[in-house]
Design a protein around this ligand. Sequence first.
Ligand code: GDP
Ligand code: IMO
Ligand code: MG
Length: 434
Amino acid sequence: MMKNVVIIGTQWGDEGKGKVVDILAPHFDVVARYQGGHNAGHTVRIGERKFVLHLIPSGILHDHCCCIIGNGVVVEPKALNSEIEELRQMGVESEGRLFISNRAHLILPHHVELDRAREKRLGANSVGTTMRGIGPAYEQKAARTGVRAGDILYPDLLRARLAEAMADANFELVSLGAAPLEAEATADQFLQEAIRLRPFIRDIAEMLNSSIQAGKAVLLEGAQGTMLDVDHGTYPFVTSSNATAGGAATGLGLPPRSITGALGITKAYSTRVGGGPFPTELLDETGAYLQKRGNEYGASTGRSRRTGWFDAAVVRYSVMLNGLDAIALTKLDVLDEFSDIKICVGYQYQDELLTEMPYSAALLGECTPVYETMAGWKTKTAGITEFDELPPAAKAYVNRIEQLIGAPIAMISTGPERTETIIRKNSPVGNWMG
Ligand code: GDP
Ligand code: IMO
Ligand code: MG
């Protein structure tokens, strides 16, 4: 029986994917990232130690796991080298366990400069990117002028392609009022970093598919979230890759039928970093409270995350798009002190009650949430590990969310630690861990 499960953020990212991957990893042989880059920040707390993974799959913290960075990921060599080094200093060795697809595109020095210059030019309409060069790297890939990890094995070829790409970018940088890059010195520095990645480069599709044939189980670690997906999210306020389930097949060279399960990670309220519509956003003291109590500051950029009530319309949409078998509901403990808790069940747009996610960010921006109010529990749920021990009002909240989104909540996270987790037996997650 194959067991290859994809983990997907169902909102705008930062739902707690790192923690959930860390809990499931002991039951899988391989953990693979399929899209995004070091814009991601996945936090794993183990006792006093805190790991924030950006490019390396969170499975690296489990010695037996082989970790893969797929062709759908964009890799910035210096950032990856730093991450490998930081992990090494914390006693985690990546060499021999981490493999990068030879088809993964590299984030080149001018991508970061272009990201900055374009965001500056957009001014008040900026996307609020992580400034990591993600968008320009995917653009270059689609333009068929990119540089791939496999090219690191051919430094002369890499240097020539980089020089060409940088020359083009310098035109654009100047037209945007930014300083052009000094080609020779920038290329030297880039190559120095890139060459250090040589031992990690492999043909991933071959490796993964033969592992699956040999009966190994693969966990596919998504980054960002469904609403940041370039096709299905709140375009143009999105990232530049397919964070949704389909991205796992193209981003690793896996046949879709080899993916046997999908787990959505869902925060018990909503957050978003950067620009773009956010119907349930709370700009009042309740929002500030959620930010503080939920420690909602970006794991990659340190920016404050915008906060708001749970949006069932968003998660219902994610359940549909990703075919989610189950949900892991995280950060329930953050709601412990509220007397009343609101859930958005749909949107009001002019005279219409919308039941489907509007296609455009502008339209979504004009929608007002339709709320249902539930009683809070005003009791500590932090650290609870059994569903039956939750206060009745917390159970009612979980049950209502299940009804509204149309997927079972198989796991509930009640704190950042591995141990602070409820796993419901007789659920898909229980089976994957069995
Ligand atoms: P990711 O990008 O989806 O992996 O999520 P992040 O790591 O960016 O953000 C999630 C944050 O919430 C991290 O700081 C986690 O340590 C923390 N966290 C995860 N689950 C819980 C939970 O159930 N309760 C609380 N209080 N914090 C949690
Ligand atoms: P994880 O994996 C939350 C957001 C940025 C911005 C938009 C585009 O930790 O959940 P980009 O730099 O990707 O071009 O920025 O996407 N964004 C994230 N928000 N969590 C993330 O990752 C994100 N990665 C990108 O804030 O709005
Ligand atoms: Mg994050």
